[in-house]
Design a protein around this ligand. Structure first.
Ligand SMILES: [Zn+2]
Length: 209
């Protein structure tokens, strides 16, 4: 919680538990107490702290007796309860993510994700990267399509296929797939940079489509 959020929460909490406010106001240095409380709850979100207040208020979570006598003990209790909520939410999110990944479609071809085609950096882009023009002249950046070597891709290479534009076969030795399918993507550009730096030779004949 930020200072503002903490103030908001403290106002919310003490409206429900006025005895705490009374106790706080009676302290010799109530400001220092508030600073300590804020520090204690700095890692707690406003949302979770508010949920804890609501649960204590409604009796869903009973307030331990010792908090009656030592009012300030409520703060570490709130910290503990808020952490429990946060860790529960974290676990729930993680298990949902696992479930989602199980449901994700399984592709027969990992290269083209069953599209039959892959987007690769154009020979011009590769040449520009090699000569240092790539970062200076935006127009040198481009991509083209190549047919994958899988069953679907082979159809795209067939000039007799009614719907297919015949494409050059994808060859990982001379072509680099555009990561994420977007030439403006920082990661894809860095991948091209590394690819060129590694000394791979581009095939000047594979042509732009
Ligand atoms: Zn494929």
């Amino acid at each position: 919680m930020t200072t503002e959020e903490f103030k908001e929460w403290l106002g919310y909490h003490t409206t429900r538990f006025p005895a705490l406010k009374k106790w706080l106001d009676a302290q010799e240095d109530s400001k220092a107490v508030v600073v300590l409380w804020q520090k204690t709850l700095s890692g707690v979100s406003l949302e979770h702290a508010t949920v804890v207040t609501d649960r204590l208020y409604t009796g869903e979570v009973p307030i331990p007796k010792n908090c009656e006598y030592e009012k300030e003990l409520i703060i570490p209790l709130i910290l503990q309860l808020a952490r429990t909520i946060a860790s529960y939410e974290h676990r729930k999110e993680a298990s949902e993510a696992t479930r989602r990944s199980v449901r994700e479609p399984r592709y027969t071809c990992k290269t083209c994700l069953d599209q039959g085609i892959v987007m690769v950096w154009s020979p011009r882009s590769m040449e520009a990267m090699r000569s240092g023009q790539f970062d200076l002249i935006r127009e040198t950046r481009g991509s083209c399509f190549a047919a994958c070597s899988c069953e679907k891709g082979l159809k795209r290479q067939n000039p007799d296929h009614p719907k297919a534009i015949p494409l050059r076969a994808y060859d990982s030795q001379v072509m680099l797939i555009v990561a994420g399918g977007h030439i403006g993507n920082k990661e894809s550009i860095e991948e091209l940079r590394d690819w060129i730096a590694s000394g791979k030779i581009e095939d000047p004949d594979f042509g732009e489509i």
